[in-house]
Write a protein that binds this ligand. Structure first.
Ligand code: MTE
Ligand code: MO
Length: 494
């Protein structure tokens, strides 16, 4: 048996998937760091109340005397560590993260499949309890700075076998599972799923801890490969045979690793110089997968009042345009939302008109792209009902929500939903939050709620609603303000 296992060798597919894995895992780690540091507070409870973190990478106290938004939390990341580097560049970081994740799952899937089909699994999955005491023995050998003899490797020593099996069959699946638990589409449709990890914030914290575990593994793994019988290891990795042209094997391995570094530098530079192209190219792949699996999911959230978050972060600064300030001064008695574009009947709806329609109330979890979340009760009118009133023309495909709010350069905030998404049961125009009139910072007098998407889709301070055939002519044509300016993906289901 032992003989068999050794003579399985290291087939070409194993060497190729191993090599690709090096490139992909570093894409995942670097973009992951970029994403995690955009909101550098981590919680083991459902809410994100400042002060209740178990760990944070910021010394900042959230000020209480002025408006502090979640964007203010973002930390700058060196491009040597993060991908793409910079401050609040999680749009491109996320594109790489999901693009790499898709490739990593395919590569890992091929590896595991072939592992199972070719019998190579026997090297990883222990078939005897003896592996545990043996692994302990090996551990004692290493920790006393000794190296087990070559005969202890079949081809892995027992500690290696256990570690590799745990990384491939436990850590890998867990990091994927906790990643998916952060998707608002999955959590919205299957609220029980993130609860498996005690909620979205705990899933995020675990995802972070698994990143640390991967980093630790990489460091120890690489160190041991170099220290313990290096010639054999490089022979196996490069030629699939130990004790074979060791010098050449090491040369090829160094060259291959240099290619990984060059690849990463290229990806980083490309991201910095042509973020729109990166958004398009990686987005084409990512959005296809999301459209297929995540965008048909409809929210079925019904949290209890007792679960409402005591603290709800704010993102975005209230409008400064005259019109909105005037409306606010008059307590929005003059406010009306215009519904226009490709519609049979344009509408002009005052708050009184909206309040006269049937009230939809939902208690849901809001997921910001930066990582924080919060549970709140929202009341308003269903967008479906508005669409029934205005009757979209057959060529209308998207609903655009325009805001009164503009950025420092005067660009107005807006975002889009497909007509189908706009008609989901929990897509509403909210005028109340937690039983009170919608507060100023949360989008007064009217904001969108769409409960399978990330927060940036939920336009606050709504000015008008426009039905269009496509959104190319609006803003910079990407489907929303943050899609235009921060390269977010318009699907926003994860
Ligand atoms: N007009 C406008 N709407 C906006 C934003 C904004 O900056 N301007 N930020 C979005 C983002 S990124 C999030 S997470 C949510 C935050 O909603 P909240 O401030 O009520 O928590 O609003 C979204 N709607
Ligand atoms: Mo957000």
């Amino acid at each position: 048996m032992a003989h068999d296992i050794i003579h399985l060798g290291f087939p070409l597919w194993l060497r190729i998937t191993h090599y690709l894995n090096i490139f992909l895992i570093f894409l995942l780690i670097r973009s992951g760091v970029q994403i995690l540091l955009d909101f550098p507070r981590y919680f083991f409870n459902e809410h994100c109340t400042p002060g209740s973190e178990w760990i944070k990478f910021t010394r900042r106290k959230v000020p209480t005397d002025r408006l502090w938004t979640s964007t203010d939390e973002a930390l700058p990341v060196s491009p040597w560590i993060g991908l793409p580097g910079g401050r609040h560049s999680l749009g491109i970081g996320r594109h790489w993260h999901f693009f790499a994740a898709i490739l990593w799952v395919i590569n890992g899937g091929i590896y595991v499949l072939l592992l199972l089909l070719t019998g190579n699994w026997r090297r990883l999955i222990p078939t005897s309890w003896a592996v545990f005491p043996d692994a302990w023995h090996t551990f004692l050998t290493y920790i006393s700075f000794h190296i087990p003899p070559l005969s202890a490797f079949r081809p892995y020593d027992p500690l290696q076998q256990l570690t590799y099996a745990a990384v491939v069959f436990i850590l890998g699946p867990l990091v994927i599972a906790t990643g998916l638990a952060m998707s608002p589409a999955i959590a919205g449709r299957f609220p029980w799923y993130p609860r498996l990890f005690r909620g979205r914030q705990t899933a995020r914290s675990l995802h972070f801890l698994f990143l640390v575990a991967f980093l630790l593994f990489v460091v120890i793994h690489v160190a041991l490969v170099i220290v313990v019988h290096a010639g054999d290891n490089f022979g196996n990795m490069v030629f699939g045979r130990e004790d074979y042209l060791e010098g050449l094997a090491i040369g090829i391995a160094v060259f291959a690793l240099a290619l990984v570094v060059v690849g990463h530098v290229a990806v980083t530079r490309w991201s910095q110089r042509a973020p729109r192209a990166v958004q398009r190219v990686t987005g084409a792949v990512n959005d296809l997968i999301m459209r297929l699996f995540l965008s048909p999911l409809q929210s079925r959230q019904a949290y209890r009042k007792s679960q409402i978050s005591p603290y709800f972060w704010v993102n975005g600064i209230p409008p400064t345009v005259e019109e909105w300030l005037k409306l606010a001064q008059g307590s929005f008695s003059e406010y009306a939302v215009e519904v226009h574009g490709l519609v049979e009947h344009p509408l002009h709806l005052t708050l009184a008109d909206l309040r006269a329609l049937s009230v939809e109330t939902q208690i849901t979890e809001h997921c910001c792209i930066q990582g924080w979340s919060g549970i709140a009760e929202w009341s308003g009118v269903s967008v479906r009902e508005i669409l029934q009133q205005c009757q979209p023309l057959p060529q209308a495909r998207y609903v655009i929500f325009h805001s009164y709010q503009t950025d420092a350069e005067g660009r107005p905030y807006y975002d889009s939903l497909t007509i189908a998404e706009a008609q989901y049961a929990q897509t509403i125009l909210a005028y109340a939050m937690n039983g009170e009139t919608l507060p100023m910072n949360h989008g007064a007098p009217l904001r969108l709620r769409m409960e399978t998407k990330l927060g940036f889709k939920m336009v606050k301070w709504i000015r008008s609603i426009e039905l269009v055939e496509n959104y190319w002519a609006i803003g910079q044509g990407q489907g929303g303000y943050r899609e235009d300016v921060q390269y977010y993906s318009p699907g926003a289901e994860i």
